[in-house]
Design a protein around this ligand. Structure first.
Ligand code: PLP
Length: 386
């Protein structure tokens, strides 16, 4: 069967060039970068070259990049690190209601420990209003965290404006940029962020490696203790192959970015235009324009997203109902509820995310089959009168 992958927001395959760049670091250049001998120094050089590449891509300095095990760790590090280091200064943290679970869950833990959390509402397209951020700030606020783009509905938040407000007030600003790094421009100075999370497997790098950008001077406590790696900010022996892969993936994205934005948004726009023509009672979730070049998210009335997924999978098409983490639970997505969808529509959502190897023929195949799947499910649905 010809398989079509339209779930690039869940994870991406490694680019073959990334795999090639990583291979020597498993058994040839295998040293521990903390060792002072030849083997260690060889690995250390590769690591520092990688750090430089990541820094260049973000408009940062190499010493501002800390390698981590991925997006989840970077987000936890940012939240707990700032909370612990500034707890004598204040206990108030501001986040949006549509953050990834890697923000919402650690925030719940902080809340139990006595931190006060403000959850910023979004409008019906998923946008945070920067003025709401300004209004939420108190003299106890120590951190603001708003994601750069949402993983489910693709909305791109006004990070630069929010960052400006945070800067004016002298409050640290973190952004979960796991969905944007490698996909749209992510310059830390243009975005006015102090902390920024990224993860390699979302931009054609390997799984289990990421980074946290930490602006120079930011007071942040370590999260992992037990070694002086990463200038004592993150203990544990470096994942050298992963770090080299992450940097190679970023380098490739840097070269391909303008072209990929153009190609993917063209295919995205075909889907956004054609799906409502072919299928009645559906709505696009997320902002029509301020959205990731590769994200399409629709809700279909009367049917379940899971059923659509299963039927598409039988046809060889891989998609998602929302975030990979929520698709196994029966709770509707907190993101779709936050943009005001009633439970029925939140359950009937389908996310299609495109990527480096998505072809026009694949989009055509989907457009040919999705209306049939929806129609078939609606005929079986007690909610529909079809
Ligand atoms: C995937 C994702 C994460 C988690 O990253 P991992 O590297 O898988 O831990 C965090 N935030 C967003 C927005 C994501 O899409």
């Amino acid at each position: 069967m010809n398989r079509i992958y339209l779930d690039y927001a869940a994870t991406t395959p490694c680019d073959p060039e990334v795999v090639k760049a990583m291979l020597p670091f498993f058994n040839e250049i295998f040293g521990n970068p903390s060792s002072i001998h030849y083997f260690g120094q060889q690995a250390k050089k590769a690591m520092e070259d990688s750090r430089q590449k990541v820094a260049d891509f973000l408009g940062a300095k190499p010493e501002e990049i800390v390698f981590t095990s991925g997006g989840t760790e970077s987000n936890n590090f940012a939240l707990f690190g700032v909370a612990v280091s500034l707890e004598t200064k204040g206990n108030h943290i501001i986040v949006s209601t549509i953050e990834h679970h890697a923000i919402t869950e650690p925030v719940k833990v902080l809340e139990k420990k006595g931190f006060k959390i403000t959850h910023l509402k979004v409008d019906k397209t998923g946008l945070v209003d920067p003025e709401d951020v300004r209004k939420a700030i108190t003299d106890k606020t120590i951190l603001i965290s708003v994601m750069h783009a949402n993983n489910e509905i693709g909305v791109i938040e006004p990070i630069s404006e929010i960052g400006k407000i945070a800067k004016e007030k002298g409050i640290y600003f973190h952004s979960d940029a796991v969905q944007t790094v490698g996909h749209i421009t992510t310059n830390v100075n243009e975005l006015n962020v102090d902390l920024l999370s990224l993860s390699a497997h979302k931009f054609y790098g390997p799984k289990g490696v990421g980074a946290l950008y930490i602006r120079r001077g930011t007071k942040i406590s370590s999260f992992l203790h037990g070694g002086d790696q990463e200038r004592s900010r993150r203990a544990s022996t470096h994942n050298i192959a992963g770090i080299v892969g992450l940097a190679k993936a970023i380098e490739l994205c840097q070269q391909k970015l303008p072209q990929e934005i153009k190609e993917q948004s063209e295919l995205r726009d075909i889907l956004i235009k054609e799906i409502p023509k072919e299928i009645s009672d559906c709505r696009l979730n997320g902002h029509p324009l301020k959205r990731l070049p590769n994200n399409v998210n629709f809700s279909f009335a009367f049917i379940e997203g899971e059923s659509i997924l299963l039927h598409l999978d039988m046809l060889g098409i891989a998609a998602s109902t929302g975030s990979a983490c929520t698709s196994s639970s029966l709770e509707p997505s907190h993101v779709l509820l936050a943009i005001g969808l009633p439970h029925e529509l939140a359950h009937g959502s389908l996310r299609l995310t495109l990527g480096r190897w998505t072809k026009k023929e694949e989009i055509d195949f989907l457009l040919e089959n999705l209306p049939k799947v929806v129609d078939k499910l609606r005929r079986m649905s007690p909610l529909s009168n079809k």
